[in-house]
Design a protein around this ligand. Structure first.
Ligand SMILES: [Fe+2]
Ligand SMILES: [Fe+2]
Length: 258
């Protein structure tokens, strides 16, 4: 019966709206201080240009198609450029941010979900498919997160908001690369779709852990603007650990595109 299939989807969508609302409120409070802005921008810069670089090198060595090689190389260059844009924006705050701990890195958390896949070199096309399914899930998350960052930064620093807007356009293109590359090398479309669905759940779990670790770090380093906001967000963070559903992106809730 169709009603059965529709119910969980609607529920997820509603919960997702609440999560996005709370995330934006949290971001607004955090970026109201230079320390908070420096932290969030460094965390994003790190996600853009650390961690993924070797994946692209391995993928380049494992494929032969010249067009696909071009996509991978361009993707790598874009992510390095994004990292630089966000690092420059972090510098503008005048704060020297601390290094980002591993548990605050989404890729590090996701690597735990996939049995340390990224600890081993990618040596064949099957590995390229897995790597690009991971990147696809991360790009989807970036699209969703960056739209919220753009919105909240527009109220504080329109130049940074413009960076998010530019980067979002690239991430949208990267999503197309991820679909093209996985389509090219997956054994079948059925297998590719199943791998994407599975990775979206793993990514959501990893993202949730990253968020919890980030909230704990922000509280510990007193990055929130006042004692009241620190207390308030600690309580919300603690409650969220028990009540928040898995934060799927809109891509997981919508019919699979591309
Ligand atoms: Fe990026
Ligand atoms: Fe990207």
């Amino acid at each position: 019966m169709n009603t059965h299939a529709r119910t969980p989807m609607t529920k997820k969508r509603n919960q997702s709206f609440v999560q996005r609302y709370m995330t934006k409120r949290f971001m607004r409070a955090l970026i109201s201080t230079p320390e908070g802005r420096a932290h969030i921008l460094t965390q994003i810069a790190d996600a853009e240009d650390n961690g993924e670089a070797r994946v692209f090198d391995d993928a380049l060595a494992s494929v032969e198609d010249p067009q696909i090689k071009k996509l991978i190389a361009r993707h790598r260059e874009d992510e390095i450029r994004h990292g630089q844009l966000f690092r420059n924006a972090a510098k503008k705050t005048g704060i020297t941010p601390a290094a980002i701990p591993d548990e605050l890195k989404a890729l590090w958390q996701l690597n735990q979900e996939i049995d340390g896949f990224f600890d081993r070199p990618i040596t064949d096309q099957r590995g390229v498919v897995t790597a690009y399914v991971v990147l696809l899930a991360l790009e989807e998350r970036a699209m969703e997160q960056f739209a919220m960052h753009r919105e909240v930064f527009a109220e504080v620093d329109p130049e940074v908001a413009a960076i998010f807007e530019e980067v979002e356009r690239d991430e949208e293109r990267h999503l197309k690369y991820c679909h093209a590359i996985t389509k090219m090398y997956a054994d079948s479309e059925e297998e590719r779709r199943a791998a994407i669905d599975d990775m979206r759940v793993k990514e959501a779990r990893a993202f949730q852990r990253t968020q919890h670790a980030n909230m704990a770090y922000i509280a510990e380093h007193r990055l929130m603007p006042s004692a009241w906001s620190r207390l308030g967000w600690s309580i919300i963070g603690a409650l969220g650990r028990f009540t928040t559903p898995l934060p799927m992106t809109r891509y997981a809730l919508a019919p699979v595109a591309a």
